[in-house]
Structure formats: structure tokens, C-alpha cells
Design a protein around this ligand. Structure first.
Ligand code: ATP
Length: 267
């Protein structure tokens, strides 16, 4: 089967900083994979390029056969790519349910404004969006929380709302940027279960940027490693664990978050 995502020779510089250098990666349809690398390696910049937040200087992003370079974030989302952010980005004064409904707007024929504020009453499509958002809240484990203000939820639950919102756009590919950052061990364990269900029950291809090596090694079928903007390795968890270049990249950054996560296998 053709890969769902093929990134070819992608580069992006900010002034003199070459944040992403000639990176090529291939993501298999239906897979669960991770992108890892020390702080500043270019991981989030890569996600920002994939989702249209930044435009690549050179290179191609082929998603389902279409080149996404130059597309706006809403166009990328409509094409079937959704994401969550390293720093949770919810509308804090909106309800949990409304936050999830926002995620469906790329699939709506009526305006988001109309849907959220019921201008002119509900139509069939708006009722369906509400229903879908309620189902997604149930899926992520937040049944019954729809009417709460999102800012009042505990941190781990806010991450779940973001995941539900991303899923509301019916993605084929979902990009999670450090989804377990700030979670306690129980929340992390639950989150791992949720990522698996996204892939297995919804059939969505999952790519994570993740610093916690226990999470990475536990759930990834494939791992791509970035360092100083360039890809330095790819392979299975076992191959990555044993790769001298990867070990060196991490050992060279004594103060990186990865080292601090006390990962005996890599550090
Ligand atoms: P972390 O694990 O710490 O989140 P990362 O691997 O996600 O790091 P990026 O955030 O992609 O790394 O940053 C890669 C490099 O690009 C860094 O040197 C960063 O300072 C730089 N960079 C990222 N975004 C910008 C920007 N908008 N303007 C200037 N430099 C940037």
C-alpha cells in the first residue's frame, strides 16, 4: 500500500537557523509512529510545515497523493490532517462541547458562528455536529463533561478535549505534539490507551512527537529521529534503541528533557 504521507527533502530556515534540513520521511497508512530528537531538533517545526502553519522553503509533502506545500492550515485540515499542540490550545471560556464542535468546522457547510450561537435555530447539520461532538467526548472518556468550561478541567482532561476536537474533523492522519507532556504516570498510561484506540477503533494514522521514551518505545511501530534539523535515523524501537548516532545525539545534550526523563535504554 502507498504511504499516507511522504515528506521529501523538506527544508525550513528562520534567518540563519536551519530548523528543518532536507528531511524525508514516509508514514505508512494505518500505522502508529513517533518523531523524536533532542530539544530544538526541529520536530515541532516539521509539524508546523506539515499543517500549513509554516511554508517550506523547499521540498514536498505528499498526503494521500496531494502536495500540501503552500496550503493553509484550514485546507490541510480539510484534506484530512489534524493535530494537537505542545501547549494546549483550547478556547478556555467556551464549553468543552463547543471546543469539540469547533473542530468539525472544516466539514460544515454552515458557518461556525451560526453553529455555536444557534443563529436562526438549529438545522439538521448542526444537530449532527452536536451529536458527533458528544460521541467524541464519550470516546475520549469525557462523557457528561460537555457543559463545563474547558478551563475548569484538569490538565489531562484538557488534552483529551484537544484530541476530541482534532478527531471532529474526521482526519485520516492525526499529529500529536508532545501529548503526554505534563501528565502524571496514570494520565500517561490512560493517554497511551487512547492513542491506540484512535488508531485501532477509528482507523486514523497516528504520528507523535514525544519526549517520554517509555511512551515512544511502548507504542511506536516506526520511529524517525531528528537532530539539528536533519534526520539521523529511522527504524523500529529496537533498532533506534541500539543506534549509536541516536545515543550520541541524546548523550550530547545532558540537559535535554529526554535525559531528565531518566530513560535507561537511551541515556
Ligand atoms: P522541543 O523538543 O524543544 O520542542 P523541537 O525539536 O520541536 O524542540 P523546534 O521547536 O522545531 O524544535 O525548533 C527547531 C529550531 O528552530 C530551534 O533552534 C528553534 O529555536 C528554531 N525555531 C523554531 N521556530 C522558530 C521561529 N518561528 N523563528 C525562529 N526560530 C525558530
Amino acid at each position: 500500500m502507498a504511504p499516507i504521507l511522504e515528506v521529501k527533502n523538506l527544508s525550513k530556515s528562520f534567518g540563519g537557523i536551519r530548523a528543518v534540513r532536507d528531511v524525508s520521511i514516509s508514514i505508512e497508512r494505518g500505522s502508529m509512529s513517533s518523531i523524536i530528537g533532542p530539544n530544538g531538533a526541529g520536530k515541532t517545526t516539521l509539524f508546523n510545515l506539515l499543517t500549513g502553519i509554516y511554508k517550506a522553503d523547499t521540498g514536498e509533502i505528499l498526503f494521500d497523493g496531494k502536495n500540501l506545500v503552500g496550503k493553509r492550515p484550514d485546507q490541510v485540515n480539510a484534506a484530512g490532517v489534524a493535530r494537537t499542540f505542545q501547549n494546549i490550545r483550547l478556547f478556555h471560556n467556551m464549553s468543552v462541547l463547543e471546543n469539540v464542535m469547533v473542530g468539525a468546522h472544516s466539514r460544515l457547510k454552515v458557518s461556525l458562528w451560526r453553529t455555536l450561537f444557534h443563529v436562526g435555530g438549529f438545522n439538521e447539520q448542526e444537530v449532527a455536529v452536536r451529536e458527533k461532538a458528544l460521541n467524541l467526548l464519550k470516546f475520549v472518556g469525557l462523557a457528561g463533561k460537555g457543559d463545563e468550561l474547558s478551563r475548569n478541567l484538569p490538565y489531562g482532561d484538557q488534552r483529551r478535549v484537544e484530541i476530541a476536537r482534532a478527531l471532529a474533523s474526521d482526519p485520516k492522519l492525526i499529529l500529536f505534539d508532545e501529548p503526554t507532556a505534563g501528565m502524571n504516570p496514570n494520565e500517561t498510561q490512560d493517554a497511551i490507551g487512547l492513542f491506540r484506540r484512535v488508531r485501532e477503533e477509528l482507523g486514523v494514522t497516528v504520528v507523535l512527537i514525544e519526549h517520554d521514551m517509555r511512551v515512544v518505545m511502548n507504542i511506536s511501530e516506526h520511529i524517525d529521529v531528528l537532530d539539528y534539523g536533519a534526520k539521523i535515523a529511522e527504524g523500529t524501537p529496537d533498532e533506534i534503541r541500539a543506534n549509536p548516532r541516536v545515543i550520541e545525539a541524546y548523550l550530547g545534550r545532558r540537559h535535554s528533557k529526554v535525559d531528565e526523563s531518566a530513560n535507561p535504554e537511551v541515556a
